[in-house]
Ligand binder design. Structure first.
Ligand code: SF4
Ligand SMILES: [Zn+2]
Length: 366
């Protein structure tokens, strides 16, 4: 039996099966006939064919090496108690994720092979050493949270060798909070093992992407809401925090539905126990999305859509809602109000408040 077999009225049973998450619901409305035709003609139905279609649109990988993390940065993030935590984020270089999600471009900074044992701890050492030599060394020394993002799943043993877990935990023993990412399918006892090696609190970031079951299927993540719910429940039982990524305007979704589904996805994430919901505006860059865009099946969200999703989530006060502002200039449609809109989003991130919407005579706030 799957979630979709269960009658909508029986929400208690639906929640139970999904591990406590609420809001499992019907799929998004039908597309217009023109876009439905384009969809049927271009986008394969089976996961295997979709993998091939997505792969066929890729460009080449960036030149990266197992000897060093491909990036690292310092940032601040608000905690539940209102503190601005200093965070060190390390983007580890490892083998490519085995999934082929339609919207993903993380493969660009990955390797075709598993790094040798010891390479990942060395990457962390090197990144920390380099942070110590920058003009922000003082900020680095004040970091209490660390994010180890690996362009896939930390618990994918072909990406991060299991035999490196203890060495990695040793490198980050001074941090109060450790955030790693994982596909829900890889939330198993390995997670508990890693948790037990850490001195700080483990938090796992999982991509919910969208609570719209039909769009989720089309994203080719090979994950259901039920599976996400079960993984979230597992983390909860084992005292591990959950961070959730929600896409704002994934492919196949129009602007109006994008707002509604972002909101429903935020609701779903919080009902699964998320401590943080991170909103990701879907961007061009992986080849497949550009191809869909030419057929009218994808366009990035408007800035107002992102603002509305963020305002809804922050306004709920059910947990922290963050907007990924990387490259958000790409969404700017009006030069006169962009900086004020960006400042509003930054305030939402930093203060978890919803400032008044920006008024603009040029674009009328659209
Ligand atoms: S599971 Fe995550 S990293 Fe892997 S392809 Fe999907 S979005 Fe990308
Ligand atoms: Zn404007």
């Amino acid at each position: 039996m799957t979630i979709s077999d269960i009658p909508g009225e029986n929400s208690a049973i639906r929640r139970d099966i999904a591990g406590g998450c609420e809001g499992l619901s019907e799929a998004s409305p039908q597309r217009s006939s023109a876009s439905a035709l384009a969809f049927a003609e271009i986008y394969p139905r089976s996961p295997g064919e979709r993998d091939q279609w997505i792969l066929s649109h890729r460009s080449v990988r960036n030149s990266v090496t197992a000897q060093r993390a491909y990036a690292f940065l310092l940032e601040k993030e608000r905690s539940e108690t209102g503190e601005r935590k200093q965070v060190a984020t390390i983007f580890l270089t490892n083998r490519e994720c085995p999934w082929r999600c339609l919207m993903c471009d993380l493969w660009k900074n990955t390797l075709p092979e598993t790094p040798p044992i010891g390479a990942i701890p060395d990457q962390i050492d090197r990144a920390f050493a380099e942070l110590e030599t920058t003009e922000r060394a003082g900020e680095f020394r004040a970091t209490t949270w660390v994010k180890l993002y690996n362009s896939g799943s930390f618990f994918d043993r072909h990406a991060i060798p299991f035999d490196d877990y203890a060495a990695i935990a040793g490198r980050i023993s001074s941090f109060q909070r450790v955030v790693v990412e994982s596909h829900p399918a890889l939330i198993t006892e390995s997670v508990v093992h890693f948790r037990d090696l850490l001195a700080g609190k483990l938090e796992i970031a999982m991509g919910l992407e969208t609570a719209d079951p039909s769009v989720l299927d089309q994203l080719n993540k090979r994950m259901t809401l039920e599976q996400f719910g079960r993984a979230a429940a597992f983390l909860h039982v084992h005292g591990i925090d959950l961070r959730t990524f929600v896409l704002v305007k994934p492919p196949f979704v129009n602007e109006t539905d994008a707002i509604e589904w972002a909101q429903r996805s935020i609701d779903f994430a919080f009902s699964c126990g998320a401590r943080v919901v991170s909103l990701i505006p879907v961007r061009f860059g992986n080849g497949a999305l550009e191809s869909l865009a030419r057929l009218g099946l994808f366009s990035p969200p408007k800035l107002t859509t992102l603002e509305m999703a963020a305002a809804y989530g922050v306004g709920l006060r059910r947990g922290t809602v963050l907007v990924d502002l990387w490259d958000v200039e790409q969404l700017a449609a009006c030069k006169r109000c962009f900086s004020r809109r960006l400042a509003r989003l930054e305030q939402m991130n930093d203060l978890q408040i919803v400032p008044l919407a920006v008024q603009c005579q040029s674009c009328d706030g659209k």
